[in-house]
Design a protein around this ligand. Sequence first.
Ligand code: ZN
Length: 269
Amino acid sequence: MIDIGSNLASKAFREDLDTVLRHARRTNVTAIVATGTSESVSRAVLEIAREKSYGDGPRIFSTAGIHPHHAKDFSRSSADALRAMACNPEVRAIGECGLDFDRNFSPRDAQLRCFDAQLELAADLAMPVFLHERAAEDDFSAVLSRFRPRLTRAVVHCFTGTGETLARYLDLDLHIGITGWICDERRGTHLVELVRRIPSDRMMIETDAPYILPRSMPRAERPRTGRNEPRFLRWVLKAVAEARGEAEADLERATVATTNAFFDLPADA
Ligand SMILES: [Zn+2]
């Protein structure tokens, strides 16, 4: 399996990242794309991809981008820094970028400017984009419609939206990332029906660790801290396979093939 979204530079992994990675490999996670969410975090995940890829863990890649929460800190110099980072072979996408009108940690106009600049960069470098959207589907779709012809590939990570939104995103030829949200019996049950509508060459899976621990895990297996890890990706795979009525092994093969193509991962990954 490949985890397309894991926040490996999070404080939550500072103490035991090597163990976390070893456990991931043992549960068949062969590669991880570590998410960059700010200039410094993008630098940190690139560092992790460089240093940790050759141990007994999964192969690690990274993204370089600025999350909408941090859009207010975006400047010309951060755009230049992202561009420089993106030239490293470990960096496989621009992002995480997008719009979050749910929490509005940055003003909306700052989010729109920051999003625009990163799509411009992705178009310029012909790199795929790793996207975040919360409560902003109208503006998000409008911005993407404008850029879509110039973008190679784009994935809406941690999709949690409605059927209508999903249809819009598939029409925009976006890929869809599914997390353990689908395992949440309180707020994710709508996804059980919706994942059947995603063509297999458009769907990828992710943990978004340390967040979104799959609630379908048996209580005894759930870490007391509630910390999610890449090794729990199999619970996402299981939930999606059940929802689609597919064998886990088939779904695993399909998502790995889709992910390899999306991020253009080297053949030895
Ligand atoms: Zn996100």
